[in-house]
Write a protein that binds this ligand. Structure first.
Ligand code: BDR
Ligand code: CA
Length: 316
């Protein structure tokens, strides 16, 4: 069993990742912490609570409102053209069964790491702001968790905010720099693989034929939300009835890293030079005094297998 804490800006692809994690027999979701990004942190928490409800996962999942500002106190608007006004494609989900847990997000992350005694895997699918804040409180956090898997970055392909930067890294570049140099056992899942893996109407239709009774609500939601996402990908990328698979891949690779092939990089993030903000800087030289370990950057993924697995949890 993998004990996973999800740190998300619960938008459309985050929500598919969350539903997958909640339904996978191999994963126990220890909690969801939210962050600004696709929408605000409060909206993301509300979305997460509603997703927990429709997942019928059968256990309690604490949801904590995380940071609404970058570590430098910058405010950022959401992405209504990509994720809808409410972050989940304007889909109206039923009221949650319980409210968000009223605790400090950094304390929650640190507490979970302690409780799980080295077994916690953190999956971040948004800005790394909460993690950077947690690190400032507890610099030993990297050694207290099993692994950090983050959706973010672009190394051998262009970014999606600028030529150099991917949205999650760009959105709080100094936080990402701090986290990537902190010494986590880290796996980074960037655009190099997420833009080569597709969620399609076809796979939804196939899933529908064998959908489990307790997953009908989840699949109905995924189908509706993905229509909004497909439309964005049609306008922006000329893609028909399909979308990239960003955040779900992070959860899938956290659950089963053998789905990917990795390049080990020593990385930091540019956050000072505006034109290059969010660019992942790699250093391949030998540094005897380097104070952080290498990060496994995913350069290839078995996309067919990943998509089959993603939708398998909703089927009989
Ligand atoms: C990332 O940015 C967000 O819009 C998505 O949810 C994903 O986490 C892709 O660049
Ligand atoms: Ca996200």
């Amino acid at each position: 069993m993998k004990h996973i804490l999800i740190d998300a800006d619960t938008g459309i692809d985050d929500s598919v990742a969350i539903l997958y994690a909640l339904k996978s027999p191999n994963i126990h979701v220890e909690g969801i912490v939210t962050c600004f990004g696709n929408s605000g942190a409060v909206q993301s928490a509300d979305n997460s609570l509603r997703l927990v409800k429709i997942s019928h996962c059968g256990y309690h999942v604490p949801v904590v409102v995380g940071s609404n500002l970058s570590i430098d106190g910058e405010y950022e608007e959401g992405q209504p053209d990509i994720h809808g006004r409410n972050g989940i494609g304007n889909v109206q989900l039923p009221e949650p069964d319980y409210p968000a847990l009223d605790v400090d997000p950094s304390d929650f992350i640190i507490q979970k790491a302690k409780e799980l005694d080295g077994e916690l895997i953190i999956v971040s699918t948004g800005r790394m702001t909460n993690l950077a804040n947690a690190l400032m409180k507890e610099p030993k956090l990297p050694k207290m968790v099993k692994k950090l898997v983050s959706m973010g970055g672009s190394l051998h392909v262009p970014g999606n905010v600028s030529e150099h930067a991917e949205a999650n890294i760009y959105g709080d570049a100094r936080a990402a720099d701090m986290v990537m140099r902190a010494g986590f056992n880290m796996l980074l899942v960037g655009l190099d693989v997420t833009t080569k893996t597709f969620m399609t109407q076809e796979v939804i239709d196939k899933t529908r034929k064998h959908v489990r009774e307790d997953c009908v609500d989840s699949l109905n939601y995924i189908e509706q939300a993905l229509q909004f996402y497909f439309d964005f990908h049609r306008r922006g990328e000329g893609m028909l009835e399909k979308s990239f698979t960003h955040d779900p891949l992070a959860v899938l690779l956290a659950e089963d890293p053998t789905l990917g092939i990795y390049e080990m990089i020593r990385a930091s993030v540019e956050y000072k030079a505006e034109d290059y903000k969010g660019k992942i800087l790699t250093d391949f030289r030998f540094h005897p005094d380097y104070n952080h370990e290498a990060i496994a950057y995913c350069i290839q993924v078995n996309s067919d297998k990943a998509i089959r697995r993603l939708f398998s949890v909703f089927q009989k």
